[in-house]
Write a protein that binds this ligand. Structure first.
Ligand code: F0G
Length: 347
C-alpha cells in the first residue's frame, strides 16, 4: 500500500531521510455519478474522500504534518476541530508514537469522530464554545508549550491536501470545468487551488477549474463576512471566522468561481440523495458540495453539459445521528416468516 507521500514524493517537501508516517491515505475513487449527473444535465464525478483511512480528506494533510513533526523532533501535536481533524490527528499521532490533544466544541461534534479520537488515545478536551474559540486557544497554547499545531495553519497540511487535485487531473486528463467543494476554515479549497495551479504549471491540466465554494447559510463566512455565531446541521463546517478566508476568496476570484450559501434543508436533501441514487454515503458537510451543484444548476451558474467534480470530504458513518434522524423508521415485526414477509413486501 502506497501512501500519498510515496506517490507524490517529488512534489512534496520531503527528503529521502524523512521518516514517513502513513496509514495508506490518498488515491481515493473519482467515481462517475451517471444517475445524478443525468438528472442535473452534467457529467458528474464524486471524489470520495471518505475512503481515506480515518474517513476524511484530513488524512492527506495529516500524513505530511505528522511526518514533518516527527522529522523536526516534536513529541506532541494538538488541534482544534469540528471533528475530522481530531480523528485524523489522533490516528496519525498514535501511528507515530506522539502524544495528541484535541480541543472540540462540546455537543457539536458528530459521534463517530469523537469515538475515533478517543479510540486512538488522544486527550479529548470539550469546550463550552465553538471551533473558532477552540482554534484561538490552541494557537496561543502552542506559543507557550512545545506542541506542534496540526490545524491547517500548519503549511504541511495544505501541501498534503493539494494532492487530491493531482489525482483528479490524472484521471480526467485535465481539470474539470467546475469543482464543488464545502468550505469551513478555508484550508481545503486553498489546497485544491494550489494543486490545480501546480498541475497547470506541469502541463497535467490545460486550464483551471472554476471553484464553487459551498457553505451553509448559517456559516456563510465567504458571502456574509466573519460571523460570531455560526450555526448549521453540517457541524464539520460550523465555522464563523475561517483563518484562510482571504486565500479562499482569492482562489475563488482567480478561478472565476463563486460562493454559495445553502439552507440546511438543501444540505440534508443532498445528504439523502447521494447514497440513495449513487450508493455513496457521505456526511452532511460533504453533501453541501452536491447541494451547491444543484443550486448552481438551478440558477444557471453551472451550464448544461459541464464536467463537474463534487468533493465528498467525509464518510457518512461519521455522523450516524443525523443519518438516522433523516431516515425512514425501520419496520418492526415478530420473528415468524409470515410477519417478516408482510413487513418486507407490504407497501
Ligand atoms: N468537510 C468536512 C467533512 C470537514 O470536516 C471540513 C473541515 C470541511 C469540509 C471544510 O474544510 O475547513 O478546510 O474549509 N473540518 C475541520 C475539522 C474544520 O476540524 O475537522 P476546510
Amino acid at each position: 500500500m502506497t501512501g500519498l507521500i510515496e506517490r507524490y514524493r517529488a512534489r512534496l517537501p520531503v527528503s529521502a531521510d524523512t521518516p514517513v508516517v502513513t496509514l495508506g491515505e490518498g488515491s481515493t475513487p473519482l467515481l462517475p455519478a451517471p444517475r445524478l449527473g443525468a438528472e442535473l444535465g452534467v457529467e458528474l464525478y464524486l471524489k470520495v474522500e471518505g475512503a481515506n483511512p480515518t474517513g476524511s480528506f484530513k488524512d492527506r494533510g495529516m500524513t505530511l504534518a505528522v511526518t514533518k513533526a516527527v522529522e523536526e523532533g516534536s513529541t506532541a501535536v494538538i488541534c482544534a476541530s469540528t471533528g475530522n481533524t481530531s480523528a485524523s490527528a489522533a490516528a496519525y499521532a498514535a501511528r507515530a508514537g506522539l502524544r495528541c490533544a484535541v480541543v472540540v466544541p462540546e455537543g457539536r461534534i458528530a459521534l463517530g469522530k469523537l469515538a475515533q479520537a478517543q479510540a486512538s488515545g488522544a486527550r479529548v478536551v470539550q469546550i463550552a464554545g465553538g471551533f473558532d474559540e477552540a482554534l484561538t486557544a490552541v494557537r496561543a497554547l502552542c506559543e507557550r508549550q512545545p506542541i506542534t499545531l496540526v490545524n491547517n495553519l500548519n503549511p504541511y497540511r495544505l501541501e498534503g491536501q493539494k494532492t487530491a487535485s493531482f489525482e483528479i487531473c490524472e484521471e480526467l486528463g485535465d481539470a474539470p470545468d467546475w469543482l464543488c467543494i464545502p468550505v469551513g476554515n478555508g484550508g481545503n479549497i486553498t489546497a485544491y487551488w494550489k494543486g490545480f495551479e501546480e498541475a497547470l504549471a506541469s502541463g497535467e491540466a490545460r486550464r483551471p477549474p472554476a471553484l464553487l465554494a459551498c457553505q451553509a447559510r448559517g456559516a456563510a463566512s465567504l458571502l456574509r463576512g466573519p460571523l460570531d455565531r455560526p450555526e448549521t446541521v453540517a457541524t464539520a463546517i460550523r465555522i464563523g471566522r475561517p483563518v484562510r478566508r482571504e486565500e479562499a476568496l482569492d482562489a475563488l476570484s482567480r478561478s472565476e468561481g463563486r460562493a454559495v450559501a445553502l439552507e440546511d434543508r438543501q444540505i440534508l436533501d443532498a445528504f439523502r440523495r447521494l447514497p440513495a441514487a449513487e450508493g455513496v454515503f457521505c456526511e452532511p458537510a460533504s453533501a453541501a458540495s452536491f447541494a451547491g451543484l444543484v443550486q448552481a444548476r438551478a440558477d444557471g451558474t453551472i451550464p448544461e453539459g459541464a464536467r463537474v467534480v463534487c468533493v465528498l470530504t467525509g464518510h457518512g458513518l461519521k455522523d450516524p445521528d443525523t443519518a438516522i434522524g433523516e431516515a425512514e423508521r425501520p419496520r418492526r415485526c415478530g420473528a415468524t416468516l409470515a410477519e417478516i414477509e408482510q413487513a418486507v413486501l407490504a407497501g
